[in-house]
Design a protein around this ligand. Structure first.
Ligand code: FCB
Length: 494
């Protein structure tokens, strides 16, 4: 059995990570490399990608634009949150951030110089509809029109994520995502975008990481609006599933050229032990964290994410919702950052706040689980090296995730919508950033992506997170994911 077959047969057969840790690899590659989930340097050297593969970078409106109240923009939930004392590390806000709203030409020029062919950006809903419904703020729309034109002129595909976590505060005040009406308002907004930009933008993703903003915002309260109720999370997630379906139709109705996909957060999950309970918990993790918004779109049904019956009543599910949710996505976009180790847990705990990756860790609850209805206990392993955000580097997870989703969804077209790492290296005296750890990270993950493609996955694009260092949500400016370093005092890009 060669290394490739070993990986394929061991993972998802359960306990893959454990088998590797016990050194069962038989291909002669060093055990150290196997243990750390890294491809061998000699394999990286051989990597190549298909012609026409799209190299890109990603960002999000709230994280890079700044100009939080310019040109008629309304307040968003993240404006409100970051303006609330104690919510963001260092008391940071994104009022200015990288000021991409005013400096987009400079950033597009950087993309061009880096030979990028796709830029995944998001739109700020409250810039275009300041209170979330009703008339359009033309100046807000014009900004995205200018950005789109600048990208096309530079030979770069504009990839628009419609919603990357910033909700008009006026809609939050009306109950936010748990309020089912928001699905319709959101579809109206998506239709406005497609009608006005759909002549030039053909690649649309309705939501960035829908599990994350619904769970962190309404389930455990570490994102706005800081509510902590599993029922509210269930309702918010259901509204988002309806919104995804309604937006799909609104976009297609407004623009015949539109293709609609996704930008889900996903992590390959490995059972902590080989026992049946841990394997079942791992399957529930996959259902809840990876495909809760994908299975609904592709099949019009919720995946089996719960220990008992799916809690339709708590979700606010109505007869006919399956038809609203079901839309055949044209391609699947998902991010990969790091893997998870999952075990069964009877009981629940409230995890502590350690950023939007770290809140999934054990928290204070020891072996307790995350929620009573899912009973999963999630760990962020530390077997591999860690980035400066504390996330384990596990490039093989890229291969595992991409091949798993390919198998489960009948070999769809895939785009990697985000992959990246946090390192804090800054410019040296000559103004150069010796960013070797970040370079290694991307090389290793790309090698594993190439391996998945060689094994049949239809991956057409890769987006590095991120073009520039930016406002990293609750972590403020303490984390740097940019392939371009930003000095947040002068806003100089290096
Ligand atoms: C992803 C988010 C993105 C950024 C990176 C580091 O989960 O989509 O906005 O925070 O993590």
């Amino acid at each position: 059995m060669d290394r490739r077959d070993f990986v394929k047969t061991s993972l998802f057969a359960g306990g893959g990570a454990l088998l590797v840790r016990h050194g069962l690899a038989t291909d002669g590659s060093s055990q150290q490399e196997q243990v750390r989930g890294l491809p061998a340097a000699s394999e990286i050297e051989k990597v190549s990608f298909p012609g026409g593969f799209l190299w890109g970078m990603a960002s999000a409106a709230y994280q890079v634009e700044g100009a939080w109240n310019a040109d008629g923009k309304g307040e968003s939930n993240w404006d409100r949150f970051s303006h609330t004392v104690g919510k963001i590390k260092g008391g940071a806000t994104a009022d200015v951030s990288c000021d991409q709203y005013h400096r987009y030409k400079e950033d597009v020029a950087i993309l061009k110089r880096l030979n990028q062919k796709s830029y995944r950006f998001s739109t700020s809903w409250s810039r275009i509809q300041p209170s979330g419904t009703g008339s359009v703020n033309q100046k807000g729309l014009d900004y995205y029109s200018r950005l789109t034109d600048a990208l096309l002129e530079a030979g770069i595909r504009p990839f628009c994520t419609i919603y990357h976590w910033d909700l008009p505060q006026a809609l939050e005040d009306r109950g936010g995502w748990p309020n089912r009406d928001v699905a319709g308002y959101y579809a109206d907004f998506a239709g406005i975008l497609a009608k006005n930009l759909g002549d030039r933008i053909t690649t649309w993703a309705p939501f960035n990481m829908p599990w994350t903003f619904t769970y962190y915002g309404y389930g455990i309260g570490v994102f706005p609006p800081a509510k902590s109720s599993f029922d509210l999370f269930l309702k918010a997630a259901h509204t988002v599933n309806l919104a995804q379906g309604e937006a799909f139709r609104a976009i297609k109705a407004a623009s015949s050229k539109a293709t609609v996909g996704s930008a889900y957060g996903m992590a390959p999950a490995y059972p902590k032990t080989d026992n049946e309970a841990d394997r079942a918990a791992t399957a529930r993790y996959h259902a809840m964290n990876n495909i809760y918004f994908l299975q609904t779109a592709m099949h019009g049904e919720y995946p089996k994410a719960f220990v008992g019956e799916t809690p339709y009543e708590a979700m606010g599910y109505r007869p006919g919702d399956d038809k609203i949710m079901k839309v055949p996505l044209d391609w699947l976009g998902f991010h990969y950052y790091t893997r998870r180790i999952v075990s069964h847990a009877a009981g629940s705990c409230q995890p502590g706040n350690a950023g939007h990756f770290g809140t999934e860790t054990e928290g204070e609850g020891g072996a307790a689980g995350r929620d009573p209805l899912t009973q999963i206990h999630v760990e962020m392993p530390t077997e591999g090296p860690l980035t400066e955000a504390g996330l384990e580097i596990w490039p093989r997870g890229m291969y595992d995730l991409v091949t798993q989703i390919s198998r489960e969804y009948n070999h769809p077209i895939i785009e990697i919508s985000e992959n990246g790492c946090c390192y804090l290296d800054g410019p040296d005296e000559a103004g150069r950033v010796p960013d070797t750890r970040r370079i290694d990270f991307h090389r290793q993950h790309l090698a594993e992506l190439a391996r998945a493609i060689a094994d049949g996955a239809r991956v057409r694009a890769y987006h590095a997170w991120s073009l520039v260092d930016n406002f990293e949500w609750s972590d403020g400016y303490t984390q740097r994911y940019g392939l371009t370093y930003v000095d947040f005092r002068s806003l100089k890009r290096s």
